[in-house]
Design a protein around this ligand. Structure first.
Ligand code: ATP
Ligand code: MN
Ligand code: MN
Length: 386
């Protein structure tokens, strides 16, 4: 599901901020966001821009957010919504009254005529408005080919494997109540780059969907099937593995870990999904030694069953069988025992990574593999700005 960056939300509470009389803290689902006093009352609807929204700098209504209006002559820079702390209060996102966005008000009016007030509210809360407002997602230094712009991907990401993604827990205000008794696997969220390694048997329908292989590719080909390596959004050519560039550690790491051979031995239509971490990935927030790159498995997609294998089986059976590292597992417990609220889950996200540095957060997966979400550490967000 594509991330909804701009949505209409209901403000559940407004809390004064000590020592400030012009601003207050608004609660929307699991988020808190600083607003001007008088903009909202509890129960009002507001237009909410999630963190990492990139607002068009050319749109005058956001000029008040710009750090500086740019050098004269150059167009104003786009504005990134980040996590900030004002007077010790966390503010995540931008929340404005609908009147600031006539594009949204227009839709609200039309829906209200069609469906009445209650019907309009029900519908509007499910819509997203990033396109009409020209908002994009901030993809900074982390974007996959930033330092490897000269590298041509082999193909689009395979259509028969889901792309990795996790919803933020703040957008699931009732998650603990709804899943209280269900057992979840709690893992550390690593801050590297998403990597998928798949194996497709020659006799399967997926084989015909694969891109033609360039010449001189050896590691991809196995007697009964074919291996592919993908970043978050692309399948990568095997020849890229030779190049010591950020975007091309994918194949090299898969090969060094013996993943193509291990998958070929299993001879099943499977996709391993994990995090490629190492000294050149992202800003190496984890603290890997120079030149070290590693793949940390977090799930396995079973193409024939069209589902993720149960996370516990992936951790306890598949990772050792394939000889690959697995992301750190905190345990397996009913969600209601892991945490009592969304805020509690966000607090749990604070913690340390592999080498003792602040970790990005946690990912919780239902043990049947069908449902999962993330909680990002607020101290990590404040430190790294993402
Ligand atoms: P953003 O969406 O802000 O660009 P992101 O690339 O980290 O951030 P998210 O939606 O935040 O994507 O989180 C999902 C990603 O987290 C997955 O694509 C995966 O690459 C990564 N990840 C790291 N550790 C884990 C884990 N333990 N379980 C599942 N996914 C993980
Ligand atoms: Mn995402
Ligand atoms: Mn990530």
């Amino acid at each position: 599901m594509p991330r909804k960056l701009v949505t209409v939300r209901r403000i559940s509470a407004l809390t004064p901020i000590k020592g400030a009389d012009r601003i207050e803290s608004a609660t929307i689902d699991g988020w808190t966001c600083i607003v001007s006093v008088g903009d909202f009352k509890p129960g009002d609807l507001g237009v909410y821009f999630e963190i990492d929204s990139l607002l068009p700098g050319s749109d005058e209504r956001w000029a008040f957010l710009a750090a500086n209006s740019g050098r004269s002559g150059s167009p104003p820079a786009d504005i990134r919504i980040q996590t900030i702390r004002i007077r010790k209060v966390l503010s995540q996102g931008l929340l404005v009254p609908p009147a600031v966005c006539p594009e949204v008000v227009e839709v609200m009016d039309r829906l209200q005529k069609e469906l009445g007030r209650a019907g309009m509210e029900e519908r509007i809360l499910t819509m997203s408005f990033e396109d009409v407002l020209g908002v994009r997602k901030f993809e900074g230094v982390t974007s996959e080919f930033k330092t490897a712009g000269n590298i041509e991907p082999l193909a689009e990401f395979p259509s028969f494997i889901p792309k990795t993604d996790q919803e933020r827990v703040q957008n699931m205000p009732n998650v603990v109540d709804e899943w209280r008794d269900a057992v979840f696997q709690e893992t550390t969220k690593m801050d590297g780059s998403s990597m998928t390694v798949y194996y497709v048997r020659r006799d399967s329908p997926y084989y015909d969907l694969l891109p033609p292989l360039p010449e001189k590719t050896v590691a991809s080909q196995h007697p009964n099937g074919r291996v592919g390596v993908c970043s978050r959004n692309r399948e990568l050519g095997e020849h890229m593995g030779k190049q010591a560039r950020n975007g091309s550690f994918f194949w090299a790491t898969a090969q060094a870990a013996g993943i193509p051979e291990a998958l070929a031995r299993c001879d099943r239509n499977l996709a391993l999904q994990g995090e490629l971490c190492g000294s050149t990935i992202q800003k190496n927030f984890e603290g890997f030694g120079a030149g070290v790159h590693e793949f940390y498995l977090f799930s396995i997609w079973d193409m024939d069953a069209r589902r993720y294998l149960p996370p516990r089986e992936v951790h306890e059976v598949w990772a050792p069988r394939l000889g690959v590292k697995h992301v750190a597992v905190e345990g397996y417990r009913p969600l209601g025992e892991i945490a009592s609220s969304v805020a509690d889950l966000v607090k749990r996200a604070d913690g340390n990574g592999l080498y003792g540095r602040k970790r990005e957060g946690i990912v919780l997966k239902h043990v049947d593999g069908a449902f999962s979400f993330k909680a990002i550490s607020n101290s990590y967000l404040l430190k790294h700005g993402e």
